[in-house]
Design a protein around this ligand. Structure first.
Ligand code: NAG
Length: 359
């Protein structure tokens, strides 16, 4: 058995132990860090683990990630934001916006989107995430221009994860993306192999690996082996963009579309934890962001309605599939991807946004 599969087995055994009943869903306090043991668990059972709201970062870098991360079962409802890094934000901006995600919205994670090839950029992400108590879904971005640049990005990111002593404490997962199946970035069997190689590389850091993809990406490439990727990944980072469905109309009527794709992931996801990593409804259309249904409506109130719909389904997201599903809002600001932002280009909120993180 390889080290990587031992790690996966450990995760699976832990996961099944947790499925035993409501009582076992409670966070079990870690014995790893003295600092944590001084923080009493609040009434109502806010979990005391990274990156739960209320968790206090230790003053020193811990020795090990054992018992560091919150149980997957506690990670449901609103998780945080997709955050595009193509602008190569400064360290100062990353720090400020990650703190905003944590404090204004109770975000627990950022899921990176796009790529910044600036030297040391991932160290800045780690710095800002550590300060803000945010976990990171990191991303190896394929892009559309240079067919081989992902290899450089992969090597740079893997090296940074090993070299930066804080990286493994904030990096929840390494994703290949975005939508590498839908975009034909790599043949599915080659992509499955890349996931495996990255898992082997990251075994000592215990960082899981996945791809960031929609149900349709897996479905249409099934004959070419996409389910081998499903077998290989540690958990599922699913894309949910019901605006592009041929059935789309208004966001408040989109639940059957969402539920249909979630059911596919639950039924085909080998019992793995699911997050909706790229998930939202645009407030505008433009070339590249066009609906496939003549009735689909893109405006700010529909963008808002979509998140309201998800927020009203908190108890569904708490238990669906046995382990619950956490959802990210795509995306932090219209400056990152026009129309999808929670913030507009002028930096003000487009609509009130305060989704529940537990229920
Ligand atoms: C992981 O990959 C990086 C980048 O290719 C490399 O520098 C490093 O030595 C690898 N580590 C392991 C443990 O394989």
């Amino acid at each position: 058995m390889t080290l990587a599969s031992k790690f996966i087995l450990a995760v699976t055994v832990l996961g099944s132990a947790l499925l035993g009943g409501a009582a076992s869903r409670q966070y079990k306090p870690t014995k790893t860090f003295a600092e944590q043991e001084l923080v009493p668990q609040k009434a109502g059972g806010l979990p005391n683990c990274f990156p739960a709201i209320g968790f206090k970062m230790p003053l020193h870098i811990p020795h090990s990630v054992v018992n560091w991360w919150c149980d997957y079962d506690t990670e449901y409802a609103f998780m945080g934001f997709s955050y595009e890094v193509t602008a190569c934000q400064s360290l100062e901006q990353l720090r400020q916006e990650f703190l905003d995600i944590r404090h204004t919205f109770k975000g627990r994670y950022v899921r990176l989107y796009g790529a910044c090839d600036r030297n040391g950029f991932y160290d800045d992400i780690v710095d800002a995430a550590w300060r803000a108590n945010l976990g990171v879904h990191a991303l190896i971005w394929f892009g559309w221009d240079d067919p081989d640049i992902w290899k450089t990005r992969r090597d740079v990111l893997l090296a940074a994860l090993h070299a930066n002593p804080k990286a493994k404490f904030v990096t929840r997962v390494l994703q290949f993306g975005s939508e590498p199946l839908f975009d034909w970035a790599l043949p599915p069997l080659d992509l499955a192999e890349q996931v495996k190689l990255a898992q082997e590389n990251l075994t000592s850091l215990r960082i899981p690996v996945t791809i960031s993809e929609m149900a349709w990406g897996y479905q249409f490439s099934e004959p070419r082996g996409s389910m081998k990727i499903m077998d290989q990944i540690d958990f599922i980072d699913a894309h949910m963009l019901p605006f592009f469905s041929t059935e789309a109309s208004t966001a408040d009527k989109s639940w059957p579309i969402v539920e249909n794709d979630i059911n596919w992931f639950v039924n085909n996801g080998r019992g793995k934890k699911i997050y909706l990593s790229q998930n939202g409804w645009p407030s505008t259309t433009y070339p590249g962001v066009e609906p496939n249904s003549p009735s689909a409506v893109a405006d700010v109130s529909n963008e808002h309605d979509y998140y309201t719909l998800l927020d009203e389904k908190c108890s569904y997201f708490k238990t669906v599939g046995g382990r619950g599903i956490g959802w990210f809002a795509h995306i932090y600001s219209d400056n990152q991807e026009p129309g999808y932002g929670i913030y507009g280009k002028d930096g003000s909120l487009k609509f009130p946004f305060a989704p529940k993180i537990r229920c």
